[in-house]
Write a new protein. Structure first.
Length: 416
C-alpha cells in the first residue's frame, strides 16, 4: 500500500491553475475560481473499497493471465477452452497488428510528449490507447458505456461462466481483429455476468504485458476531484441501477457505483512504475457535458495531455459536441486520430499542424454524415498533402475502404 500511495501521489498531484498557466493552457474560469484546490484532492486514490481480489480473478479467467487461484464454483476446463481461443487471438494481434503499428506510431510521437492521455469516445478501447501511447502513466477513456460490476464472478455457476466466456470470445475477438468495436457490441457489454468494459481493459493489459494491481470505483465531484466509494457506500447503492448515459443506449444491469473505474496496473515483471487507467461513463454531447461541470473540471485538472480518438461516429464533426472538441484544442499538444478527429479548419484555427497518412476520399457514413462541409475539409486535406503510406488500419476506413490516420500537433516540431 505504501508503494501504491507513493506512485499515486506522484501521478495524481497537480498544482491546479498555476500548472496550467505555465503550460499555456486554458481552464474554465469557474473551475479555477470556485475550486482552486481540486487537483490536490485527487491524491486520495488509496481510499475507497479495493476490488483487487475480483480484478485479479477476472484477469485470470477473462484475460487468461496471472496466477489467481480459481474458486470451486468455476470449472477450469471451461476457462481453458476459452483461453485456447483467446491466446490465439492475442498472439495474432501482437505479431500481426501490433508488429506493424507499434514502430509506426513510435516514430510519430514527440520525445517530450505528456505522459497523460485523454481518449474521448474510447469505449472499452484501452487496447488501442496502450498501442498508441505505450509509455503513458495516466490514461482517461470516456464513453457512454460504464465499467461494470466485478463481483459476479465470485458466485457464477458453470453455465453462466460458459455462456459469458462465449460472449467474451465473440466481442473481444472482434476488437482484436478489427481494432475497434461496434456500437451494438459496446451496448451489449452493459449487461451480463461478466463486466464487459472491464473485461476489455484486462485483455488489453494482458496483450501489452501488464497486470492489474487494484481496482476502485469513483464519482466525480463538482470541483473535478474524485471520490472513491467505500464498501459501505457500495452496499448502500446496491439497488440503485446505473442510468444509461444516452436514451437509445442499452440500460446497465448493475449499480451506479460501478460506472467509473480506476484500474492501477504495472508491467507483469514488476520492474516498472504503477500506471493508472480511469474510465468515465459520460455523454459528451453539449447538453450533458456542462461547461463548468464535473467531467470537464476533472479533465482540466489533468494539465497538458496527449489525445486520441478513433471510430468515434464522427461526433467531433458535430457542433453538438463542441465542448469536448474545444477542451481538446485548448489542452492537448498532440493527437492521433482517424477521420473522426477534429475538423481541419477548427484545428488550424487553434494553431495546430495536420499531417496525413494513408488515403481519405470521404467518410464511410455516406448520406448520414453530420456535416458535408467537414467531410469536404478532410477530403481536401488529404488531397493537398503528400501521399504517406499506412500499412495498418486505425479506426474507421474511408468510403472507399482505405485505411487512414491523422496527426494533429503543435507546430514547433511538426515534421512528417
Amino acid at each position: 500500500m505504501a508503494e501504491r500511495q507513493k506512485e499515486l501521489g506522484a501521478l495524481n498531484m497537480r498544482k491546479g491553475s498555476a500548472h496550467a498557466a505555465r503550460a499555456g493552457l486554458l481552464l474554465p474560469a469557474l473551475c479555477i475560481l470556485l475550486f482552486p484546490n481540486r487537483a490536490a484532492a485527487q491524491a486520495d486514490g488509496a481510499t475507497g473499497e479495493d476490488f483487487s481480489t475480483e480484478v485479479r480473478l477476472l484477469y485470470r479467467v477473462v484475460a487468461c493471465s496471472g496466477n489467481a487461484a480459481l474458486p470451486a464454483n468455476l470449472d477450469p476446463k471451461i476457462i481453458d477452452r476459452h483461453c485456447q481461443t483467446l491466446k490465439v487471438q492475442m498472439d495474432r494481434y501482437r505479431h500481426g497488428y501490433l508488429a506493424r503499428a507499434k514502430p509506426f506510431l513510435a516514430a510519430l510521437r514527440p520525445k517530450d510528449l505528456p505522459d497523460t492521455v485523454v481518449y474521448p469516445f474510447g469505449g472499452g478501447d484501452l487496447l488501442a490507447a496502450l498501442t498508441t501511447y505505450p509509455d503513458a502513466r495516466r490514461i482517461t477513456t470516456l464513453s457512454l458505456e460504464l465499467a461494470g460490476d466485478p463481483r459476479r464472478i465470485m458466485k457464477m455457476d458453470n453455465q453462466q461462466l460458459d455462456d459469458s466466456l462465449t460472449v467474451v470470445d465473440r466481442h473481444i475477438g472482434w476488437l482484436l481483429a478489427a481494432n475497434d468495436s461496434t456500437s451494438e457490441t459496446l451496448m451489449s457489454s452493459q449487461q451480463g455476468d461478466l463486466p464487459g468494459q472491464l473485461s476489455y481493459f484486462l485483455v488489453a493489459l494482458a496483450v501489452h504485458g501488464f497486470e492489474p494491481v487494484d481496482l476502485r470505483y469513483f464519482r466525480i465531484e463538482p470541483d473535478g476531484s474524485l471520490h472513491y466509494y467505500t464498501a459501505e457506500e457500495v452496499a448502500a447503492m446496491e439497488n440503485r441501477i446505473a442510468a444509461a448515459r444516452h436514451g437509445k443506449w442499452t440500460s446497465p444491469d448493475f449499480s451506479e457505483a460501478f460506472a467509473n473505474s480506476e484500474l492501477t496496473f504495472r508491467p507483469i515483471k514488476g520492474d516498472g512504475p504503477l500506471r493508472i487507467h480511469r474510465h468515465i461513463g459520460a455523454n459528451l454531447r453539449n447538453d450533458s457535458l456542462r461547461k463548468d461541470g464535473p467531467v470537464l473540471c476533472y479533465l482540466q485538472s489533468q494539465g497538458r495531455v496527449a489525445a486520441m480518438t478513433k471510430a468515434a461516429s464522427y461526433c467531433l464533426w458535430n457542433p453538438l459536441f463542441s465542448r469536448i472538441r474545444d477542451y481538446l484544442l485548448n489542452n492537448m499538444v498532440f493527437m492521433i486520430s482517424d477521420g473522426t478527429g477534429i475538423p481541419p479548419d477548427e484545428a488550424r484555427k487553434a494553431g495546430f499542424v495536420l499531417i496525413t497518412y494513408g488515403s481519405f476520399q470521404g467518410a464511410m457514413c455516406f448520406d448520414d454524415c453530420p456535416s458535408d462541409d467537414v467531410n469536404d475539409q478532410f477530403k481536401d486535406l488529404w488531397a493537398s498533402e503528400p501521399q504517406r503510406k499506412l500499412n495498418f488500419r486505425y479506426g474507421y476506413v474511408d468510403a472507399k475502404g482505405s485505411a487512414h490516420l491523422l496527426v494533429t500537433r503543435r507546430p514547433s516540431d511538426a515534421t512528417p
